[in-house]
Design a protein around this ligand. Structure first.
Ligand code: THU
Length: 166
């Protein structure tokens, strides 16, 4: 699908908007990115030294933070996105996600890095969307210091497997 240019430095289609700088996002989105930044501090990543933070805004106004939690048995660790979403599900099972922000940074560096959610996290993100049949926005940094805000989790996982398939 063709990208259409909106204001300078912004490109938009029906699935997502790309911003040249974080400051171009709306205030509510920037605020949630800052929350995800706070979550970076709780990352337990002694093996990869790669820190990830996630912040989920729920429709009951709660903000649930998550960070990646690693393990000496590497596959036992969990990504920041799933730590946040599973926590949201466990604490507020009847609340839907409205917006999810994700940030990533090497532990020994100051600047954020580009990093979309991994495939397994996309699957879990999709489940939280389909649970309430309510699309939610996903925000993360992409290449060249740009940011993307998707209009749903579903667009990150085309031709997906979901509860309708069971
Ligand atoms: N990681 C996340 O927390 N989220 C992702 O979507 C990608 C990867 C974590 C897992 C591991 O602790 C570290 O980043 C390096 O892969």
């Amino acid at each position: 699908m063709a990208l259409k240019n909106g204001i300078v430095g912004m490109s938009e289609n029906e699935d997502y908007i790309i911003y040249n700088r974080l400051e171009e996002l709306d205030e509510a989105s920037q605020w949630l990115v800052n929350k995800a930044n706070e979550a970076l501090k709780t990352s337990y990543s002694p093996y990869s030294k790669f820190t990830v933070g996630a912040a989920a805004l729920l429709n009951n106004s709660e903000v649930i933070l998550g960070s990646n939690q690693e393990n000496a048995s590497y596959p036992a660790g969990l990504c920041a996105e799933r730590v946040a979403l599973f926590q949201a599900g466990a604490r507020f099972p009847h609340a839907a996600v409205i917006r999810l922000a994700i940030v990533a940074k090497r532990a020994n560096e100051e600047d954020l890095r580009a990093g979309g959610p991994c495939g397994m996290c996309r699957q879990v993100m999709l489940e939280f969307e389909q649970k309430f049949n309510l699309p939610y926005e996903v925000i993360f940094r992409i290449e060249d210091g740009k940011w993307i805000k998707t209009k749903s989790a579903q667009i990150l996982l085309p031709f997906s497997f979901g509860k309708r398939n069971l």
